[in-house]
Structures are given as structure tokens and as C-alpha cells.
Design a protein around this ligand. Structure first.
Ligand code: ADE
Length: 300
């Protein structure tokens, strides 16, 4: 997969692409990236990229022309014909980029262009999975009061928000989206690590009553069915201060461990995200555990 991020401040993004799991994914050729400085596509002496808002209002808006040129240079294509008065494109500067990966722009599929904005569709795991299936994502980071609507109309496929709060710019939001997406690209992270985490269809322990050695339980329903938050996890030492790892986890009794984990998932989901449980589709074992939780009152 190729990821192009268009920004007025690409230096905010650089460290992420050069570190940790992303660094390895780039080295393995699973991910390639371009960090494109929109300012490089401004044609005036001062590299101006923002202007006042038509109709009045506070703040400045990102101008369409530099951003449009940066999008075209990254492989995005306008849904409309370029206006006859469009200024000549600036010569394309070399972007900050990772190694070329297979697929990407070379695959022939057109890129998917995403604008990060608080007024977009809220990002969730199903959307991350959908984006992870693309060959090439182009992410547009807004600054100031946002971007000219004509750029959205001409180029943007999805407007995405990372939550109901307003950030000072789109870069951090773009990194959140990149992180949620690239780790789902096959080969980046081990499959079993993905299978048991929050919001995966494999969350939970539907077969908690089965004997030791059974497969990790699966709650049916996938993206539209029940998703549970992850259960608590512990590592050594068994005693940390006066806090102990729950005995069941070192009992070696697989079925009991599976049941305990499902119960903790349900307890946490009930406390933090009850609307996830309201979707229905929970197996009988989970409903039984929920009834147990409701009669317990306080802690375990
Ligand atoms: N830009 C500013 N705030 C944002 C948000 N909540 N989500 C996506 N992009 C943003």
C-alpha cells in the first residue's frame, strides 16, 4: 500500500513513518509513503496557501490551487475538467518518501482521497479495514479554518473525523488514521495479535463453556455484530506491590481463562461502551455472564 499525506507541516508526520512498526513495514516493502508539502505547490513568491473566507468570518482558508496541484501530482484526478484559467502547475518537487512498494499508484487502481476534518464521518474499525484494502491512500491535512469546498467536490472521496473534538490541524488526525489502517495491511502485524483486540470480530469468548484446547472463541457478526472491548492483560511479576495477577490466569485451565476473559470484556464494555452491547447478537454464554455481572454490583 502507498500512503501520500499532503500537509503544510510534513515534519509533524516524518517521525511516525521513520519509527517502530511503520519503519519495519516500509523496509519490508509492505508500505511506501510520500510526505507532500502543499506549500511547494504555491506559485507566488511567498508560497501563499491561505486566504480570507468568502462571505466573511473568522480565520483563513486553504486556497484551492496549491492543494489541487499537490493532489494532481500525487495521482488524484479531478471529477471535473480543469478550469481553462487554472494556472500552470508548479514543477513537481521531490517528496519526502519511503521505498516504493508493490501495488500503490503503479497498480492502475485510482487512489482513494481522504480529507481529515471534524465534520467528517467518525472513523471506526470497519472503515479502517475498508481503507486497508486500497492500493493508494491520499490524505489531505487541513489547516486554518479548513479547505476550499471545490477541492472536496473535485477530489475527495471520504471526509473522515477521528472524534467529536476539534484539533488545531489535520496532521495528528491523519496519523491516527494511518496507524489504524496500515497495521491491517497483511504482513505488517501478526494475524493473531489482530484477532483478539477490541473491535475485532474475534473479541470475546462465545465458547467459554467448551473444554481446554478449543479455538479462540468468536462472536459472530463481524463489523455489524457485537464487538467487545479487550479484556485486562498482565505480565510478570505476579505480585506488583499489593496487586496480584488474578489466580485464574495462571491456573492453566483454558476454559476457565476464556470464560474469565469474556466476562471481563463484557464488564468493561458495559461500563465504557454500553451501546456496543445494545446491538444484540450476544451468544447465550455472554448473556449469562452479563446477568452474573449485574447481580455482582461492585467489583468482581
Ligand atoms: N481536524 C481537526 N479536528 C479533527 C478531527 N476531530 N478529526 C479529523 N480531522 C480533524
Amino acid at each position: 500500500m502507498k500512503i501520500s499525506v499532503l500537509s503544510l507541516f510534513p515534519e509533524i508526520l516524518k517521525g511516525f513513518f521513520e519509527s517502530s512498526i511503520m519503519k519495519r513495514a516500509v523496509e519490508k516493502g509492505l508500505i511506501s509513503y510520500d510526505l507532500v508539502n502543499i506549500r511547494d505547490f504555491a506559485t507566488d513568491r511567498h508560497h501563499k496557501c491561505d486566504d480570507e473566507v468568502y462571505g466573511g468570518g473568522a480565520g483563513m482558508l486553504m486556497m484551492p490551487a496549491p492543494l489541487g496541484r499537490a493532489l494532481e501530482a500525487s495521482g488524484a484526478r479531478s471529477r471535473f475538467e480543469a478550469p481553462a484559467s487554472a494556472p500552470d502547475p508548479a514543477p513537481m518537487p521531490a517528496p519526502e518518501s519511503g521505498e516504493a512498494a508493490e501495488g500503490g499508484a503503479a497498480s492502475g487502481r485510482s487512489p482513494r482521497t481522504i480529507f481529515l476534518t471534524p465534520s467528517g464521518r467518525p472513523l471506526n474499525q470497519a472503515m479502517a479495514r475498508d481503507f486497508a484494502a486500497e492500493d493508494h491512500l491520499i490524505l489531505v491535512c487541513g489547516h486554518y479554518e479548513g479547505i476550499d469546498q471545490r477541492i472536496i467536490d473535485a477530489y475527495v472521496d471520504d471526509e473522515v473525523s477521528i472524534g467529536d473534538y476539534v484539533l488545531s490541524s489535520g496532521e495528528v488526525a491523519a496519523l491516527v488514521l494511518v496507524d489504524a489502517v496500515y497495521r491491517l495491511v497483511p504482513g505488517v502485524i501478526k494475524g493473531e495479535s489482530l484477532a483478539e483486540e477490541s473491535f475485532s470480530a474475534h473479541a470475546g469468548g462465545a465458547s467459554a463453556g467448551e473444554g481446554a484446547g478449543s479455538e479462540p472463541p468468536v462472536l459472530e457478526g463481524g463489523a455489524s455484530g457485537p464487538c467487545l472491548l479487550e479484556y485486562p492483560q498482565y505480565t510478570r511479576p505476579a505480585d506488583y506491590g499489593r496487586m496480584k495477577v488474578p489466580d485464574v490466569l495462571s491456573s492453566g485451565h483454558h476454559a476457565k481463562i476464556v470464560r474469565w476473559r469474556l466476562k471481563e470484556q463484557l464488564r468493561k464494555t458495559l461500563a465504557y461502551r454500553p451501546e456496543l452491547l445494545a446491538k444484540g447478537g450476544l451468544p447465550e454464554e455472554a448473556l449469562k455472564l452479563l446477568r452474573e455481572i449485574s447481580t455482582e454490583g461492585g467489583d468482581t
